[in-house]
Design a binder for this molecule. Structure first.
Ligand code: MN
Length: 540
């Protein structure tokens, strides 16, 4: 377990202005709060928040994030309270701790694997500060590293699935490829232990058969670039078992056919050198068709830049190559954390300095092509949406300001029409109450209920409004129909005839009505008098 002074040293090494005293107090506070609690591994519980804080120091996160990591489980799992944390650590920390606590609560709420995409959006929407999400990812990473200690296999599986579907993609989205890779591989080991084992065995076999293949290829690549006068640092690695497996699944090939299990990285000094290195590689080795991608010219939405290519390289081995500068490498490995900057006295509690990060998240979330990329840069992330749970744990996405009636109509039109009340997080609340992210909403229905015209004043979704209006219209039409019949009856009587609807068939054209019923309604609405209607219908 990392010691108190080690943690402080690590933070101070990249941020000399960090509030050492606050980190120390948070360390002690958390240790006391968790007391004798234990982890499934048999370690003291307190080792967990320290490890989480330790993971974050690797990404050089600010002292507030480190303190939040230390305190992240105290509200949910110990007697500590938010007011207490606020009093001891201030408003910024309490806001962050509260954010992480809320994320942990929604996590417990349901089986949401069927709606991974919505759940990822909910997590993003609730992470009002990017640091909340970063602490949550580090929390999940440490829980995955210690997953094997959990005895219940169903629980292990659920956590691994959730990691694969929710947290690894979130890590990727904010550019944390290192964390993403580790989360995926840990989840893969839990979900498909046999597949993973056979992949690892196969990789070992190839490694033995090929001797020191990677180093031989490396040597040749280095020499090739040097000869051409390109200064470069070249490194090579095997891909992770999970990324190999995913490729096998995507391309529907067996391990025997999968040849590019090695990836090489060329790091150069400038963007120009990236293209020069590419030229050297392509003129020396035949290129594998369709593998070249220029993410320098068009970066990925998460900011990733590199040149990718595949070649039949040294020893006729099919290899993958990435070519990038040191800056690009840092962004690729550390994502948004690479942009972290520290300026003394410039850490406002309102989180304004993270605004660009929120915007970045927004772009990543929405953009699927360059046009959209530009279009969405001005939008705030999910400011316009709330995500709420049904009692069964399904997630419903609604526009901000939506109420229980909107929720009911989003579940099903009939649920909306028949709704008489709503429980929000277990409490009866007025139907007009605006919903918040993560609320659980239970709609109470009655067969006797019909849509209430006053709902139209507070619903915000088009679906709810349209259903309510349609109901009002059919209601009114029925009333006008009755009224029209009565008026026509009297008018016909006055002329000495009996009124029949059939009798109106011949005059529909004159009154430009589509049906007899329409004509009767027109009379009921007062747009046509009974006298006019009867006169034209009765032979002179
Ligand atoms: Mn935790």
């Amino acid at each position: 377990m990392m010691r108190q002074f080690e943690l402080v040293e690590r933070v101070r090494s990249y941020d000399p202005t960090a509030d050492e005293d606050a980190i120390n107090r948070a360390y002690v506070f958390s240790m006391k709060a968790h007391g004798s609690q234990m982890r499934a591994s048999g370690d003291s519980y307190f080792s967990h928040p320290i490890e989480v804080a330790g993971i974050l120091t690797k990404y050089k996160l600010d002292a507030a994030s480190i303190i939040t990591a230390l305190l992240h489980d105290t509200i949910e799992d110990t007697a500590a309270t938010l007011p207490e944390v606020e009093k001891l650590f201030g408003s910024e920390i309490v806001r962050l701790v509260d954010g992480v606590t809320k994320l942990s609560r929604i996590e417990l709420q349901s089986d949401h694997s069927k709606q991974a995409e919505n759940f990822r959006k909910l997590v993003l929407a609730m992470s009002e500060d990017i640091r909340v999400l970063l602490v949550k990812l580090a929390d999940r990473l440490h829980n995955m590293r210690t997953l094997r200690f959990i005895k219940n296999p169903d629980k292990r599986r659920r956590i691994a699935l959730e990691t694969m579907e929710i947290y690894a993609p979130l890590a990727e989205r904010i550019g944390f490829s290192e964390i993403k890779n580790e989360l995926e591989d840990l989840a893969f080991a839990e979900l498909h232990p046999d597949v993973r084992e056979s992949l690892v065995a196969r990789l070992n076999f190839l490694r033995e058969k090929g001797g020191d293949l990677i180093s031989r290829i490396l040597e040749e690549l280095r020499a090739t670039l040097k000869e051409a006068g390109v200064e470069a640092v070249v490194s090579g690695r095997e891909k992770t078992p999970y990324s190999i497996w995913r490729k096998m699944q995507m391309k529907n090939v067996g391990f025997e056919q999968l040849s590019d299990i090695m990836a090489f990285r060329v790091q150069v000094r400038s963007v120009e050198d990236c293209y020069r290195a590419l030229g050297v590689i392509h003129s020396r080795y035949p290129m594998v068709p369709h593998r070249f991608k220029d993410y320098i010219s068009i970066p990925k939405p998460n900011g990733y830049r590199s040149l990718h290519t595949g070649v039949f390289g040294p020893e006729r081995q099919r290899i993958e190559m990435q070519i990038r500068t040191a800056d690009m490498h840092e962004v690729a490995e550390l994502g948004v954390a690479a942009h972290w900057s520290y300026k003394q006295g410039q850490r406002p509690a309102d989180g304004k300095q993270y605004r660009w990060l929120r915007e970045l998240l927004d772009i990543m979330e929405h953009a699927s092509n360059p046009e959209e990329f530009l279009e969405h840069t001005k939008l705030e992330m999910f400011q316009d949406q709330v995500f709420c749970f049904t009692p069964k744990g399904d997630l419903i996405a609604l526009p901000r300001g939506a109420c229980s009636v909107d929720f009911a109509y989003a579940v099903h039109s009939e649920v909306g029409d028949a709704c008489v009340g709503a429980k929000i997080n277990g409490r009866m609340m007025p139907l007009r109450t605006p919903l918040n992210n993560g609320d659980q909403v239970e709609i109470i229905t009655s067969k006797a209920q019909t849509p209430n015209p006053t709902w139209e004043r507070f619903v915000v979704t088009g679906k709810a409004r349209a259903r309510i209006r349609r109901y009002i219209r059919t209601q009114q039409r029925a009333q006008y129909l009755d009224l029209g019949r009565a008026i026509l009856n009297r008018a016909f009587k006055q002329e000495g005839y009996d009124f029949t609807e059939k009798g109106l068939d011949g005059v529909l054209k004159i009154f430009k009505a589509a049906s007899v019923e329409d004509l009767v309604v027109t009379v009921g609405e007062g747009h046509l008098t009974g006298r006019e209607g009867s006169r034209r219908s009765i032979p002179n």
